[in-house]
Design a protein around this ligand. Sequence first.
Ligand SMILES: CC(C)(COP(=O)(O)OP(=O)(O)OC[C@H]1O[C@@H](n2cnc3c(N)ncnc32)[C@H](O)[C@@H]1OP(=O)(O)O)[C@@H](O)C(=O)NCCC(=O)NCCS
Length: 146
Amino acid sequence: MSGAETVQVVLGSWDELAERAAPIRFRVFVDEQGVPMEMELDEFDPLSCHALALLGEHVVGTGRLLPDGHIGRMAVDAEWRGQGVGAALLGALIDEAGRRHVSVLALSAQTHALGFYTRFGFVPVGSEYEEAGLPHQAMERRLVAD
Ligand SMILES: CC(C)(COP(=O)(O)OP(=O)(O)OC[C@H]1O[C@@H](n2cnc3c(N)ncnc32)[C@H](O)[C@@H]1OP(=O)(O)O)[C@@H](O)C(=O)NCCC(=O)NCCS
């Protein structure tokens, strides 16, 4: 990343962001990870708040927050990883959950990404399982104190 460019995150509805978010999800989850194409976009997309990460003129990542407090579909295009884009996306979705008074954030992490989510205070819940042919682990982070 050049010093002049910082990650910007835009939040919006599926109507507003699908045209730019969906191609990233297809590249990352379908082309790269082999998730079946028909599983990638789902009925939760129109209900979710979506985040889009921009680096200069490049659209580099996306993620979503479901109304029930689940974060999902975190994807950064391969060439832009390791530069804080995922962190900016996740931070923006956690902030949005806070504005919505979500008490417990949940997500289904691919096991290779456990360390990424752990950095943001998520903890594993239960045992590993398989989803879309890939090993996953449920994780949670409490936002509101008991
Ligand atoms: C997981 C993903 C979103 C991370 O995005 P990213 O832009 O590479 O992450 P960042 O550069 O913002 O990393 C933030 C921090 O997490 C760490 N991190 C990133 N990926 C990690 C991983 N897989 N395991 C452990 N730590 C990781 C980074 O080292 C960094 O740590 P630091 O703050 O100490 O420097 C990205 O790798 C991705 O899109 N992967 C493919 C799709 C995928 O598997 N998504 C997750 C589905 S659950």
